[in-house]
Design a protein around this ligand. Structure first.
Ligand code: FES
Length: 98
């Protein structure tokens, strides 16, 4: 069995992210990873509350430790191409805690 190189955690069971569309973001990430044949190296996981409620949908990419906020389905391709494949941070989506 292979070991994943990267994990994306999507908050899908907290109080606010699900209301902000996190399930759709998670589904879109999974679908895009599957279509691109990346399932053996990149894992998309549902996660509980990340303690940053109200800023969602929240996702975090490991091992980079990139926290993204207000992610929408339309951001999914960019996240996969720029962050997960090229390893670059997407500045406009980076979460900056207050
Ligand atoms: S509900 Fe998503 S961070 Fe709390």
């Amino acid at each position: 069995m292979n070991i994943f190189e990267k994990h994306v955690f999507v908050c899908t069971s907290g109080k606010t992210c699900p209301e902000q569309g996190s399930e759709a973001v998670c589904d879109a990430l999974k679908e895009e990873i599957k279509e691109r044949g990346l399932k053996k190296t990149i894992r998309i996981n549902k996660a509980g509350c990340m303690g940053q409620c109200g800023n969602g949908p929240m996702i975090v990419v490991y091992p980079q430790g990139h926290w993204y906020c207000q992610v929408s389905v339309k951001d999914v391709k960019e996240i996969i191409e720029k962050d997960l494949i090229e390893g670059k941070k997407i500045k406009r989506l980076i979460y900056k805690p207050k």
